[in-house]
Design a protein around this ligand. Structure first.
Ligand code: KG4
Ligand code: ZN
Length: 343
């Protein structure tokens, strides 16, 4: 089956065409025929975050170009099915993708799948390995921080989530407080990596919120407050101190993500931990999860680094697994749902 994926939920405009066959766990295989992605990062950097009206305008401009580019790469004129992200995300942005999918579906006379962005982040990590169920998913992005139990493929049960800011948001907001551009995750991570090389013992420590709480929820807004207070007391900040702050922020976020993931895996008997979402690009989080999960005999599945942040390959993949179950929707009733859940 050739399946087209369309992603416009935040600040990346993506279109991908996949050729996929088989069932996960037995004979599944796929090939990326085309993958076009346009990022608005440079535009939003000046605002320190995503500005929805501007994001929508940029999607509207970029989407036809990405579609053309993707089909050209693939050497195809159409697909057998179309998967479009309908949520979660910014509704004005989601509508751009939906309108495009509706138009293509009627031109090509092919079925449409309403894809969940977070399912895309989950499945892109699962296709690269051998998943044993029950499996645990840790989803960490700019808008979400969730621990989800999967008793079987594509069946989700929420164990915990963030009560305020998402992990990616914590990176973005603390980065902004120390004068780093949006998106803050890669910036904090770069500075923290420098500090890891030079300093033996971290000189600054921020508390990992809810580290010891007896549930699987997260909270990151307190970290932002701690960083703000520290910055107010210690300004102007030298480059060295910025690195120390970045290190302390990365450590605080990592400690709580790793501790809760480990405990959830143990308590729920998960053999496999699947990590997805833009924050899973973070090298330190990857290495900490990897060593700690290995120690308890749990397999860790991560997305390929280039497909960790938003892209349309993951949407086409998630769409494929719905398409083989004939889980299609009438394009006319497609609707953006900013808070779409997995269960
Ligand atoms: O999944 P994603 O691309 O978009 C959403 O669905 O939100 O995730 C974007 C988030 C941003 O908050 C960004 O700062 C974070 O992922 N991120 C990182 C890294 N790369 C991206 N956070 C930490 N370390 C990174 N290397
Ligand atoms: Zn995402």
């Amino acid at each position: 089956m050739k399946i087209l994926g369309i992603e416009t939920s935040a600040d990346d405009t993506g279109v991908a065409l996949l050729q996929a066959e088989g069932t996960l766990g037995t004979d599944f295989s796929f090939r990326i025929l085309g993958n076009a992605l346009s990022s608005q990062t440079a535009i939003h950097t000046t605002y320190g975050g995503i500005f929805p009206a501007i994001a929508k305008r940029e999607h509207t401009k970029a989407l036809p170009l990405m579609l053309e580019e993707c089909l050209k790469q693939a050497g195809e004129k159409h697909a057998d099915a179309i998967a479009v992200t309908v949520g979660p995300g910014l509704e004005p942005c989601l509508w751009t993708g939906i309108t495009c999918a509706q138009k293509l579906a009627s031109e090509w006379r092919v079925p449409v799948i309403a894809a969940n962005h977070m399912e895309g982040h989950t499945i892109i990590s699962m296709v690269g390995g051998n998943v044993q169920f029950p499996a645990l998913a840790l989803l960490i992005s700019g808008g979400h921080t969730e621990l989800i139990l999967m008793k079987e493929f594509m069946r989700y049960e929420y164990l915990g989530r963030t009560r305020d800011d998402a992990a990616g948001e914590a990176f973005d907001k603390t980065a902004r407080l120390i004068g780093l551009p949006y998106p803050g995750g890669p910036e904090i991570s770069r500075l923290a990596a420098d500090a890891r090389v030079t300093s033996q013992e971290p000189r600054i420590k921020f508390t990992s919120p809810m580290l010891r709480s007896d549930n699987f929820d997260f909270s990151f807004s307190g970290l932002k407050t701690d960083v703000r207070r520290f910055v107010e007391k210690n300004s102007p900040l030298s480059d060295e101190i910025k690195k120390e702050i970045a290190l302390a922020v990365e450590n605080a976020i990592t400690d709580v993500l790793v501790a809760k993931t480990l405990r959830a895996a143990e308590e729920r008997g998960a053999q496999t931990v699947v990590v997805g979402g833009g924050v899973s690009a973070n090298a330190y989080i990857r290495s900490e999860l990897s060593s700690k999960l290995q120690a308890i005999g749990c397999e860790l599945l991560l997305p390929p680094p280039a497909l960790s942040t938003d892209n349309a390959v993951m949407i086409a993949l998630a769409g494929y697994f719905h398409a083989i179950k004939k889980d299609f929707v009438d394009p006319a009733i497609l609707k953006a749902d900013g808070n779409l859940r997995l269960a």
